[in-house]
Design a binder for this molecule. Structure first.
Ligand SMILES: [Zn+2]
Length: 201
């Protein structure tokens, strides 16, 4: 069966098949689409991928994905730098920004603690967050990790790490159903969750 494809087609299908949500059938369809597309169009996709990898990095302050360092949010003088919202992923930051209900800055953990998946606290940006708070000037930390088991455990771990440091810690309100994710919450729900946050210590 595989012999029906050229080596280049096979390679492209293999690469496309690695993308989330792309099964073998879809990979095949996309590969044929690119084969038939004008060369310039197909290469635009290749260029977009290359530019994405070349130009994007993590903000050295908040670890958000950015093309300029610090990122646009950290560089914005109107944002409250003493108010830090802790999120798991850049996608969560984007969802919260969409609400327009938040005027502080962020700290992106780049994941959550999940010992069963082999994700230890050291692999996240928790140490940098603790250091930021230790340096002072942070008034409130808003825990906006996902309202599920891993998200709660991660928030709790951070709270323990910063125990004794002079910072108020709040958790986003439980308007979000437990077990859900920030990324998929609708704007109104998320807006309520961040404005209705409550103190946890
Ligand atoms: Zn930043």
């Amino acid at each position: 069966m595989a012999k029906a494809y050229t080596d280049s087609m096979l390679r492209l299908m293999e690469e496309l098949g690695k993308l989330p949500g792309i099964g073998a059938k879809t990979a095949e369809r996309l590969a044929y689409h690119l084969l038939r597309a004008p060369e310039a169009d197909a290469l635009q996709l290749a260029d977009a991928i290359r530019d994405l990898k070349k130009n994007t990095r993590n903000c050295s302050v908040c670890y958000n994905i950015t093309e300029s360092d610090p990122c646009a949010i950290c560089a914005d003088p109107s944002r409250d730098k003493a108010l830090i919202c802790v999120v798991e992923q850049p996608k969560d930051l984007i969802a919260l920004e969409r609400t327009g209900a938040y005027s502080g800055v962020y700290h992106v953990l780049t994941g959550h603690i999940a010992p069963l998946e082999g994700i230890e606290p050291e692999q996240l940006t928790i140490a940098a967050l603790v250091e930021k708070i230790r340096k002072g000037g942070v008034r409130e930390l808003v825990m906006a990790t996902n309202p599920n088991l891993d998200g709660d455990a991660t928030a709790l771990y951070i709270q323990r790490e910063i125990a004794g440091l002079p910072v108020k810690v709040t958790r986003i309100a439980r308007g979000l159903p437990t077990g859900s994710s920030i990324e998929h919450a609708n704007v109104a729900m998320l807006s309520d969750a961040i404005t209705g946050r409550h103190e946890v210590r």
